[in-house]
Design a protein around this ligand. Structure first.
Ligand SMILES: [Zn+2]
Length: 434
C-alpha cells in the first residue's frame, strides 16, 4: 500500500517529484519537436538525434512557483489497513475540527466512515484553513467533492453513470480451461465464475477433456468509456465429454445463484471437499488403528492432509454451533446445517472469525489447517453427521437443495428466456462451418 504524506517534508518531496516529472516531460517534448526543426534547417539531415543533446534545459525559474501550482494539485492518500479518517487528517496535520465539519455535511458521514483500506482520498491543501478541497469516490457511480467556501464545506456530487454491456464468447478446450478462456477473450473473473458454477457437476482438475467446449454470456461494467470490472456470468453452457451442462443466473432470496434450465440449483447443499489443495490421507473407517494411540478405534471422518494454514471452508450454509477446543480434536468448529445435519472440522491451527450462533455461507473460511489435539501432522479431520450418526462424507447421499417451483419457476423461465436463446446462438456460425 502506498504511503500517504507523513509530514510537510514528504509533501515537499512530492511536489519536487512533480517538478522533476514536468522537466522530464518538457525535455521529451523538446526532443520530439527539435529533430523536425533540425531537418528543415540542416542538410543533409544526418544524426538528427544528436541535436537534442546539446539543447539547454529550460530553467526551473520559468516554471510556476510551487505554491501556486500546489493550490490546484490533488494529493492522493490511500487509506491503510486499520487507519481511521481521523488518522488520515492527523497525518496531513489537518485539524480534527475540519474532519468533523466534513462528516456533518448532509449525506457525507456514512460514505466517509465506510471508507476501507485501499480507498483513495484526495486533498487540495493550503488556503486559510489548510484545506481547500477534499474528494473521494462515494460509490462506483458517483464521486463527491467537498470544497471550502467562506469557512464551510460545499458538497458537489459528480454522477458517473454505469453502463452494462452484454458480451458473448465461446471456446474449445485444448489444454486448460483458463487457456481456452483467455483465447476467447475472457478475463480471469469470468472464467473463475463459470468454473465455479459448474464445479458441482464437473471436476475441472480431472474430468476436463480436449474437445470440451463452452459458451458464455457475461456482463461488463463500463464507466466514462472505460471498462471498470466484470459484471459476471449471465448464462453459460459447458459440454464435457459430450454431455452439456447449462447454468443460468437468477436471484433467489436476495442472492445470485445458478440454475439449470429446469430451475434446479447447480450449487449442491454440500461441497464435496471443504478444503482446496489437499489430498485424502485417511478415509472413513469403523475399524482403524489410531495413528497416535495405536489402538483400534473407528475413524469417523475423512482426513485431508494439507499445509498448516490452508483455509478450511464451511461445507454448506448453516450456523456455527461450536468453535473452540475439544479433547483430541484440538481447535474445532461444528456447523449445524439444519434438517439434522452437522459437520465438524478438527485440528485447526487457528479458528476463523465466526462466533457461536453466527450464520455461515457455504465456502466461507471457518478456520485453518493445523495439528492441534491428537494429530500426527497437519491435516483437517472432517466429520459429517446425520441425526447424530457419523456418515462417510464421501459416499453419503447429500440432501438436495430446493428447486424453483410454481410462480417463481415461471418468473425464472420468462426472465431468463432471452439469455437462454442467445446462448444457443453463441458460436453457432463456427459450429456450422466446422
Ligand atoms: Zn481424522
Amino acid at each position: 500500500m502506498r504511503q500517504p504524506a507523513r509530514s510537510p517534508l514528504s509533501r515537499w518531496s512530492h511536489r519536487h517529484w512533480l517538478l522533476a516529472g514536468l522537466l522530464v516531460f518538457l525535455t521529451a517534448l523538446v526532443a520530439t519537436i527539435v529533430p523536425g526543426l533540425a531537418k528543415a534547417t540542416r542538410k543533409p539531415p544526418a544524426q538528427t538525434g544528436l541535436a537534442t543533446v546539446e539543447l539547454p534545459l529550460p530553467a526551473p525559474a520559468a516554471l510556476p512557483a510551487p505554491d501556486a501550482r500546489a493550490a490546484e494539485e490533488w494529493l492522493p492518500v490511500t487509506v491503510e489497513a486499520g487507519q481511521t479518517l481521523g488518522g488520515v487528517f492527523e497525518e496531513l496535520e489537518l485539524p480534527a475540527s475540519l474532519m468533523y465539519e466534513a462528516l456533518d455535511v448532509p449525506g457525507m458521514r456514512e460514505p466517509l466512515v465506510r471508507l476501507r483500506a485501499g480507498a483513495v482520498l484526495e486533498f487540495q491543501l493550503g488556503g486559510k484553513d489548510g484545506l481547500r478541497a477534499l474528494r473521494f469516490e462515494r460509490d462506483e457511480a458517483s464521486r463527491v467533492e467537498l470544497r471550502r467556501q467562506e469557512g464551510r464545506f460545499v458538497a458537489r456530487v459528480i454522477e458517473r453513470p454505469l453502463e452494462r454491456r452484454v458480451m458473448t464468447a465461446s471456446g474449445e478446450i485444448t489444454s486448460s480451461l483458463y487457456a481456452a478462456g483467455h483465447r476467447a477473450g475472457l478475463g480471469d473473473a469470468v472464467i473463475h465464475q463459470m468454473a465455479n458454477a459448474f464445479s458441482y457437476d464437473i471436476d475441472f482438475t480431472q474430468d476436463l477433456r480436449v474437445g470440451d467446449s463452452f459458451k458464455v454470456i457475461y456482463e461488463e461494467i463500463w464507466r466514462d468509456g472505460e471498462r471498470l470490472r466484470s459484471g459476471g456470468v449471465v448464462a453459460a453452457s459447458f459440454t464435457n465429454r459430450g454431455k452439456e451442462f447449462t447454468a443460468v443466473r437468477w436471484e433467489r432470496n436476495g442472492k445470485m445463484e445458478y440454475f439449470d434450465l429446469e430451475g434446479r440449483p447447480l450449487k449442491k447443499s454440500f461441497m464435496r471437499m471443504p478444503i482446496e489443495f489437499a489430498r485424502i490421507s485417511s478415509r472413513f473407517n469403523p475399524r482403524r488403528k489410531h495413528p497416535v494411540l495405536g489402538t483400534v478405534r473407528a475413524h469417523k471422518g475423512v482426513d485431508y492432509a494439507a499445509a498448516t494454514g490452508t483455509p478450511i471452508m464451511a461445507a454448506g450454509d448453516g450456523r456455527v454451533s461450536f468453535a473452540g477446543w475439544q479433547n483430541g480434536y484440538g481447535r474445532t468448529v461444528i456447523i449445524d446445517h439444519g434438517k439434522g445435519v452437522t459437520t465438524l472440522y478438527a485440528h485447526m491451527s487457528r479458528l476463523g472469525k465466526h462466533k457461536v450462533g453466527q450464520r455461515v455461507q457455504q465456502g466461507s473460511i471457518i478456520g485453518y489447517v493445523g495439528a492441534t489435539g491428537l494429530a500426527s501432522g497437519p491435516h483437517l479431520h472432517y466429520e459429517f453427521r446425520v441425526n447424530g450418526v457419523h456418515r462417510d462424507p464421501l459416499t453419503v447421499t447429500m440432501p438436495k437443495p430446493d428447486p424453483l417451483t410454481g410462480a417463481e419457476l415461471a418468473a425464472f423461465r420468462a426472465a431468463t428466456a432471452p439469455a437462454v436463446a442467445q446462448l444457443k446462438r453463441v458460436g453457432g456460425v463456427q459450429l456450422a462451418s466446422r
